[in-house]
Design a protein around this ligand. Structure first.
Ligand SMILES: *Cc1c(COP(=O)(O)O)cnc(C)c1O
Length: 338
């Protein structure tokens, strides 16, 4: 058996529902970028919505159009655009568009129909967003295009650095000021949003009308000081393979780094074989060597199950849990069950 990833739909729905109730009365959009952090965007979209999400945050227009073709009618928010982004199809399919530059706004205003626009203010992260000094002029231009029915500014938003509570609150002060200035320019955004998983969970002030939550819905903690289980979440994805050969002292697991096994050299790294924790001795392209002799054919838990969590692996490779699950390539078969 080559590597397989199991996706626990009940765990995903539990996580979405628990975040939805924690952030209420704010609404929650589930972030499904990077193919739902490797879990499968089309496969999970319905589950996110039935568990209470009011929309999906998708990164780019092609992903939003794929969801529309798949029959998803809920609000979809796309904010990363290139010079060739198909805004005509986006507006035609009622996709909410995040806007970070006047050029994007102009392109969006030019296509047929009234586009639903969310203006993004840069509150300090400097990862796109309209700079503070251009904000008033972009708001004024946006108001002009509202008057000709080319756009409607339905939202104002920002993205936080999630570095510290104080830094986030300073960014939120700038966000509040930008909202005031947008209103002074004659705009009336009804969807204000700033929070991703960390601030949605820990900073009620950041919730506004809607939060955009990704990693937490997949059961992985966005914090260093607590894991997903500690937050009442359940891991959604697990990675498994089998023992393909064995000597007196070592065994070969039929999955390697090309299957998403992180290349950890941390001495604490282990894979679960039943209830045993077998130390990882080496991760190779197509296999992993573990300590101990185990029967050929035994299924092992690499991530999840009895094995280490995505957070454990992230600690071993000095990364974040997002990278562990997103790093399991799409050619690894996903099995969806509940
Ligand atoms: C990825 C992303 C999110 C979700 O972040 P998580 O930390 O995974 O919850 C929200 N908003 C934007 C703009 C993002 O890029």
């Amino acid at each position: 058996m080559s590597a397989v990833a199991r996706i626990d739909l009940a765990a995903f729905e539990h996580n979405v529902a628990s975040i939805v109730s924690a952030v209420a009365p704010a609404a929650a959009w589930v972030a499904v970028k990077s193919n739902a952090y490797g879990h499968g965007m089309l496969e999970l979209a319905d589950n996110a919505l039935t568990a209470g999400a009011s929309g999906l945050a998708v990164l780019d227009v092609p992903a939003a159009l794929a969801l529309r073709s798949h029959g998803i009618t809920a609000p979809l928010f796309a904010w990363l655009h290139g010079t060739h982004t198909d805004f005509t199809s986006a507006v035609e399919h009622n996709i909410d568009l995040g806007v970070s530059t006047i050029e994007q706004l102009e392109s969006i205003a030019r296509v047929p129909g009234t586009a639903r626009v969310h203006l993004k203010i840069d509150t300090g992260l400097h990862r796109n967003g309209i700079p503070d000094e251009l904000w008033d002029s972009v708001c004024a231009a946006a108001r002009g295009w509202e008057e000709t029915n080319d756009i409607r500014v339905v939202g104002v938003w920002t993205h936080l650095a999630d570095a510290s509570l104080d830094a986030d609150n300073a960014a939120l002060d700038r966000f509040d000021a930008a909202i005031e200035r947008a209103r002074a320019a004659g705009l009336s955004p009804e969807l204000l949003h700033a929070a991703a998983s960390p601030t949605a969970i820990r900073n009620p002030r950041a919730r506004y009308d809607v939060v955009r939550v990704g990693i937490a819905t997949y059961g992985i903690s966005p914090f260093d000081d607590v894991d997903g289980v500690g937050l009442g979440l359940r891991p959604v994805m697990s990675l498994h393979a089998e023992i393909s050969s064995s000597t007196e002292s070592q065994s070969i697991v039929s999955a390697g780094w090309t299957d998403g096994v992180p290349q950890s050299t941390d001495p604490g790294t282990f894979i679960a074989v039943g209830n045993n924790r077998a130390s990882v001795l080496g991760v190779f392209p197509g296999h992993t060597v573990i300590d101990g002799s185990f029967p050929v054919g035994t299924i092992v838990d690499i991530v999840g199950g009895n094995g280490a969590t995505a957070e454990d692996w992230a600690g071993w490779v000095d990364g974040i849990g997002d990278e562990i699950v997103t790093g399991i390539p799409t050619r690894v078969r996903r099995i969806y069950s509940r």
